[in-house]
Design a protein around this ligand. Structure first.
Ligand SMILES: Nc1ncnc2c1ncn2[C@@H]1O[C@H](COP(=O)(O)OP(=O)(O)OP(=O)(O)O)[C@@H](O)[C@H]1O
Ligand SMILES: [Mg+2]
Length: 421
């Protein structure tokens, strides 16, 4: 190589002189060597990223070795590092965001979420601007709020709003525009979900485990930092995508309260919901298997809180839904759950019995025509169900510090339309 360069230098020197030949040759060599070095360095970083991502993903899903053999690990969601957004603690503590969650399916999460939202939005004493967020790919909440057909479905080829929100692909103002207004109550808006969310939940988990870089505007800065430092790259903290959106100024200004209907699994969406929420409400049936699932869910929540993923999440409590008060077996189940929770010293308990939503066909029948709350009437069971929904909604509101409309403001609203006429 040295001999080759020397020959070229001599040839050049004959033509343009020694000093100019040295400068030209140095420039030429630099122009070739520098990009080659940069390219190699980039490839080394790609390899390093690949190795780290593989180790991170396999470590997160890996089994534990115990004296009794291999056991499943504690799950992926507590994976470190945990880097919440700036000002996260103040934002959570200052927000009114309720996750309605339980890992058991069919226990009334969607029914409870929709009906308490309906009361707080439409009742003259409350009149809250409520955002309902559907995070279940089945879209049960979306189809309950918009019962008449396809109006809420995402346009063909497009993803649902829930998918875009969880993926961090919308900014707050686009998000607000995409929320759909309930046909029964203009103060009630909905983030709709559809089957694309099932795929999005998987994608988000895999991308996050593999440290996939986002397509956000910081991409170039990250690449540059990687190139120079080889370590400055921070993976996108997917767990807080929804928190970033719901804690934004635009969303806070437009809504007094957000209620999130969670799916019956710890999906990427459910974890994002817990990270964004100030409180969690746990609906359950009061039978044996459902009781066990409540305790197990509380254990998982505590693990997440202790790990620092959602350390500020508070419990509203546990509420019975589809409650059959006349069968006394529920009393023993409630006692059993409460005992288990007391043993664990959790700050979570049952809500008062008057907030338990009774089992009634009226709720099922009305669910096909929109949120049952808006049409529950005409029979004693319907009246009882509505009374319980109101009690539950008002209990939840008190717990998460949502205030009633002051009486003078209500009186003013009654007077103003008359004055305008
Ligand atoms: N109080 C009630 N009385 C009678 N039926 C009810 C009551 N509450 C809910 N249901 C019915 O029970 C079923 C499950 O309710 P819901 O969809 O609210 O549960 P979920 O926990 O959200 O389910 P999933 O886990 O699938 O999301 C629905 O068919 C609903 O109509
Ligand atoms: Mg549901």
């Amino acid at each position: 190589m040295g001999g080759f360069l020397e020959t070229i230098w001599h040839k050049l020197a004959e033509e343009i002189g020694g000093e100019a030949a040295t400068i030209t040759l140095t420039a030429l060599v630099s122009a070739i060597i520098w990009p080659t070095l940069v390219w190699c360095w980039g490839k080394i970083l790609v390899l390093r990223d690949f190795w780290n991502s593989r180790r991170r993903a396999l470590g997160a899903v890996g089994q534990l070795r115990t004296p009794d053999g291999q056991r499943e690990g504690k799950g992926v969601w507590a994976l470190k590092p945990i880097t919440p957004p700036e000002n996260y603690k103040n934002n959570v503590l200052g927000s009114r965001i309720l996750a309605v969650a339980n890992l058991k399916g069919g226990v009334g999460k969607t029914t409870v979420a929709a009906n308490i939202a309906a009361h707080l939005a439409s009742d003259a004493n409350w009149q809250k601007r409520v955002l309902l967020v559907d995070l279940d790919y089945q879209g049960s909440l979306s189809s309950m709020v918009f019962p008449d057909g396809q109006t809420w479905l995402p346009p063909k080829g497009a993803d649902s709003v829930a998918t875009m929100a969880l993926s961090g692909q919308v900014n707050p103002s686009m998000f607000l525009q995409a929320c759909k207004e309930s046909p029964d109550e203009p103060r009630l808006k909905v983030v709709t979900a559809h089957y694309d969310l099932a795929q999005a939940d998987n994608r988000l988990l895999v991308e996050w485990l593999l440290n996939k870089r986002g397509n956000d505007p910081r991409e170039f800065r990250r690449k540059f930092a990687d190139l120079i430092m080889g370590r400055a790259y921070q993976p996108n903290e997917m767990r807080y995508n929804l928190a970033r959106l719901l804690h934004s100024e635009a969303v806070r200004e437009n809504f007094d309260l957000v209620i999130i209907d969670c799916p019956p699994r710890l999906t990427a969406g459910a974890v994002q919901a817990l990270c964004a929420s100030s409180h969690v409400l746990i609906p359950t049936l009061l039978d044996g298997p459902s009781g066990e699932s409540v305790v197990s869910f509380c254990d998982q929540l505590e693990e997440m809180k202790t790990a620092g993923i959602c350390p500020h999440l508070g419990y509203v409590g546990i509420v019975a839904s589809r409650h059959a008060a006349q069968q006394n077996a529920w009393l023993a189940v409630r006692r059993e759950i409460q005992d288990q929770i007391n043993v664990r010293k959790l700050k979570c308990g049952f809500l008062p019995t008057e907030t338990f939503i009774p089992q009634t066909v009226d709720i099922v029948r009305h669910a096909d025509q929109g949120i049952a709350y808006f049409s529950l009437q005409g029979s004693q069971p319907a009246a009882n169900a509505k009374k319980a929904i109101i009690a539950l909604a008002e209990h939840v509101a008190a717990q998460i510090c949502v205030a009633r409309v002051p009486s003078f403001a209500r009186d003013l609203q009654l007077v103003l339309p008359v004055a305008a006429e």
